[in-house]
Design a protein around this ligand. Structure first.
Ligand code: K7E
Ligand code: CUA
Length: 860
């Protein structure tokens, strides 16, 4: 091993305070065939249990119609957000609130349950990502969605009224004034039949500018409009910023307006569409178009939606064309807004357009030509800043924190090229596996890129992972871009469709809620009409409409029995009464395609027609507590025209009165003992000022809510006992115990949280000691803070005279002490002798340091 490697290992060990010797690391490297670079890459990406990522990635989920959320640099997947397709875990598409969102996404009345989710983008203020909202388009079906990043839920889907599909979407203007949504496969804007022969006449493209109401967090469909464009097949788009603010750019790939026809013996689309040497970059001003959208002379109404005509846009100096090299694909505005970078799929160059030059040509009305639709064409050479030869198939570009540095994906070459767009120089290239489409760098598309990492979104993985049949996962590769030489440091398979594009953001910009206000409809953000608080549970009937107001809390659903008639329309509103973080309940009814996820505070509704007689169990679908399996109930659907036999409920208990009394006394005693434990936990929490720590406070409050239920329940038990119904009294006492267990459960979690908050930090020796304590097998018998198969070691150093020396000697050679009266008593009590674990002196010393730390924090 070279000196460098040794140093590296030393550094790794020292930095992590590792207990393992560097020899162990070398052994593992050898066994697993890891190089030094691999180990370094691991150190850059490995994120130990409990440590969090610095950045969020939001990737499209391609044909899954979802959004994938993961952390960088760990590349650990955190969530799939249901967007254009149902997502059962979140109840998305199975509860009424989300069904409404998906119904709004129907295309001409047809329910479409898949989507090709494409380009995600964040809301922006002054060109910086805000982390409030995420937008994403569906290429297959012309839809655009709004995801609220407080809840990570889809809150709106708007259907494009004039396009048949969209691609150059969803790119936002610098203050999220509009979300740009460009068409792709040209088609008539109306819904009528038009033959392909009318392509130039009747087929059209365009860009829809969706108005975003930031304060409401929703697209304002009424104040949105579309700019009509020629049927050039619009491709990607980007909005201007800085000096180019107010302008936007969309490229195209079929300026030939070729219409294919293999079945008629004509060359295919692909041949005719790539015939010309240039296509067109469409340059338009959305601020002028916004004004035109208020002038009825400038637009026509198609499908109830304003479409600004090409003619009106040209007349108002709001629309221009600039040639771009062969079959362009990506268009990306530089962070300073001065340049527009365009990649050509069939060209090895990247073209850098200079916005100042473009603006000068526009202001001087210096046009080379006009196209067939009367749109002025600017001269290519006069608009260009320059071109750089990057390699085969340049597609998309993202930016670095360092001014002028860009990263461009090469689809054909399977590479990322680092280059400088100011001095037009190539700086570095790295191979990716394989065939990259989009790429991203941290906040790379904002005015202030962070850089640090690049992520390659590879279309093919081929041989990188264990084989899963002929449909291979896609590959997201993490690339370290902090040094002059780029380096791939992680491969992550994506098993969920072709994730087209992604955006990333600093984690501190995302501010999700952890629980909801009681009774929240998470899809609207407001109070749900069906909110049901404890004590308000009921079943209401009006005609054949049945409404059930249900609550969910560990570990019961209330009501537990619902009887309806065949033919009834049933709505069940369920409110999760929990306040504790992560205490989600699910609600599923067997056989009815009903499922809801009810996070703490949420109210959700499910609706169905009870059209078949029978008994339908329902239950909580999240493992929420020890008695989660008991969180259940029954829905009965009766035929009102049928006569059913009468059944008497069987006696619950066949015990004698004396036995019942015994059982009753036992549970009462258990309850009072459990209450003692709870009081000690409460005492601890109060003494240590739990209310200063918000996360702890929330759990403590939840515990108090659980505890608060005890008084009434206990009263019911006492009343039953007084009446002589010991059986009922026992059952209510059991329920008291359930509440106590739940109180203790959350209370102990809060206690553990608080302990971590207030514990003194461990020094290096104590840390090694803790490692040695586990590695040496001590923890097999001793649990700190608890009597286990060995005594609790809290305070062990104080229990003995000259404690440190005693403990040291005892661990080194325990057999010498077997006759010591104290130890002998211990051996008898635990029926176990402390064995000699052959610990090294250094380890034992460290363990003593660890035990000191335990004692220091024992008050806790
Ligand atoms: Cu280049 Cu559809 Cu954004 Cu994919 S698009 S690569
Ligand atoms: Cu609630 Cu399981």
């Amino acid at each position: 091993m070279r000196v460098g490697a040794k140093l590296l290992l030393l550094c790794l060990c020292a930095a992590a305070g590792l207990y393992a010797q560097s020899g162990d690391l070398q052994k593992i490297m050898k066994e697993r065939g890891l190089s030094e670079r691999d180990v370094l890459a691991a150190a850059k990406t490995y994120t130990p249990s409990g440590m969090k990522d610095k950045y969020y990635a939001f990737s499209s989920g391609g044909q899954s119609g979802q959004v994938i959320v993961y952390g960088i640099p760990s590349m650990r997947i955190l969530k799939y957000i249901g967007v254009f397709t149902p997502e059962p875990w979140q109840g998305y598409g199975y509860d009424e609130e989300s069904k409404k969102i998906l119904e709004n996404a129907n295309i001409r009345g047809k329910q479409v349950t898949w989507g090709d989710s494409h380009h995600p983008n964040f809301s922006e203020k002054n060109g910086e990502y805000t982390g409030d909202f995420l937008f994403i388009n569906d290429k297959a079906n012309p839809r655009i969605a709004v995801i609220d990043l407080k809840t990570f839920e889809t809150v709106q889907i708007a259907v494009n009224p004039v396009f048949k599909n969209t691609h150059g979407s969803s790119f936002v203007t610098p203050n999220t004034e509009y979300i740009l949504d460009a068409a792709q496969l040209a088609a008539p804007l109306e819904d009528d039949y038009v033959p392909i022969e009318a392509y130039e006449d009747k087929f059209r493209g365009g860009v829809t500018m969706w108005k975003f109401d930031y304060s409401k967090g929703r697209i304002d469909e009424k104040n949105s409009f579309t700019l009509e464009l020629p049927p050039y097949m619009q491709d990607l788009s980007d909005a201007g910023k800085g000096p180019s603010f107010g302008w936007a750019f969309t490229n195209s790939f079929n300026s030939e307006m070729y219409t294919g026809g293999l079945e008629r013996g004509l060359p295919p689309f692909e041949a005719g569409m790539s015939r010309n040497d240039v296509d067109f970059l469409q340059v338009y001003n959305w601020q002028i178009l916004e004004k035109l959208s208020k002038d009825p002379k400038s637009y026509k109404i198609i499908n109830g939606h304003k479409v600004i005509t090409i003619e009106a846009a040209v007349k108002a100096n709001a629309l221009f064309l600039i040639p771009e090299p062969k079959s362009p694909h990506g268009v990306d505005v530089t962070p300073d807004g001065k340049f527009i970078i365009v990649g050509g799929k069939l060209d090895s160059h990247e073209s850098v357009y200079d916005f100042a030059k473009i603006k000068k040509l526009i202001d001087a009305k210096e046009f080379a030509l006009k196209d067939a639709y009367g749109i002025p064409i600017l001269d290519l050479q006069k608009s260009l800043y320059g071109q750089v030869e990057l390699g085969l198939g340049p597609l998309h570009t993202t930016f670095d924190a360092v001014d002028g540095i860009a990263y461009t994906s090469l689809y054909v070459d399977s590479q990322i090229v680092k280059w400088n767009y100011r001095d037009l120089k190539v700086l570095d290239r790295v191979n990716v596996n394989y065939n990259i489409g989009h790429l991203d760098s941290i906040e790379g598309k904002s005015v202030k890129p962070i850089g640090k990492y690049a992520i390659a979104l590879d279309k093919l993985s081929i041989d990188r992972f264990l084989s899963v049949g002929p449909l291979h996962p896609q590959n997201h590769q993490l690339i370290d871009i902090t040094s002059p030489k780029m380096e791939v440091i992680y491969d992550m398979p994506i098993p969920l469709g072709e994730p087209h594009d992604m955006v990333s953001i600093s984690a501190d910009k995302i501010k999700p809620v952890k629980t909801l206000q009681m009774g929240t409809d998470s899809r609207s953000g407001g109070r749900h009409e069906g909110m049901t608080l404890a004590g308000q549970e009921r079943i209401e009937r009006s005609g054949n409409q049945v409404k059930v107001y249900m609550t969910a809390i560990r570990s019961h659903l209330n009501p537990e029995h619902i009887t309806v008639n065949k033919g009834d329309e049933v709505t069940i509103y369920i409110t999760n009464l929990e306040r504790a973080v992560d205490e989600t309940h699910g609600f599923g009814i067997s056989g009815l395609n009903i499922h809801a996820s009810i996070e703490p505070g949420k109210t959700v509704s499910v609706k169905f027609k009870a059209d078949k007689e029978g008994v339908y169990p329902y239950y909580c679908t999240e493992f929420c507590s020890a008695l989660h399996l008991e969180m259940m109930g029954y829905l009965y659907v009766k035929d009102p025209n049928k006569k059913y036999p009468d059944y008497k409920a069987a006696a619950i208990s066949k015990l004698s009165k004396a036995d019942l009394e015994k059982e009753y006394q036992k549970i009462v005693a258990t309850n009072s003992a459990t209450d003692g434990v709870i009081q000690s936990v409460v005492g601890f929490l109060q003494k240590n000022g739990y209310e200063k720590y918000p996360a702890v406070k929330q759990n403590v409050e939840d515990a108090f809510v659980q505890y608060g239920n005890i008084k009434d329940t206990k009263a019911k038990a006492d009343a039953a006992y007084k009446k002589g119904d010991i059986n009922q009294a026992i059952l209510w006492e059991m329920q008291v115990w359930q509440y106590m267990v739940k109180t203790a459960d959350v209370g102990l979690r809060a206690k553990a949280q608080l302990e971590r908050e207030i514990a003194t930090p461990m020094n290096a020796a104590a840390k090694s000691g803790e490692e040695a304590f586990h590695a040496g097998g001590c923890s097999g018998c001793h649990v700190v803070g608890q009597v286990s198969s060995g005594p609790d070691l809290t305070g062990v150093l104080l229990r003995h005279e000259n404690g440190e020396k005693f403990v040291y000697d005892f661990i080194i050679s325990p057999e010498k002490y077997y006759n010591n009266p104290y130890i002998d008593a211990m051996i008898k009590a635990f029926n176990l002798r402390m064995p000699n674990q052959n610990m090294k002196p250094k380890e034992v010393k460290d363990i003593i340091e660890y035990l000191k730390w335990v004692d220091e924090n024992a008050g806790i």
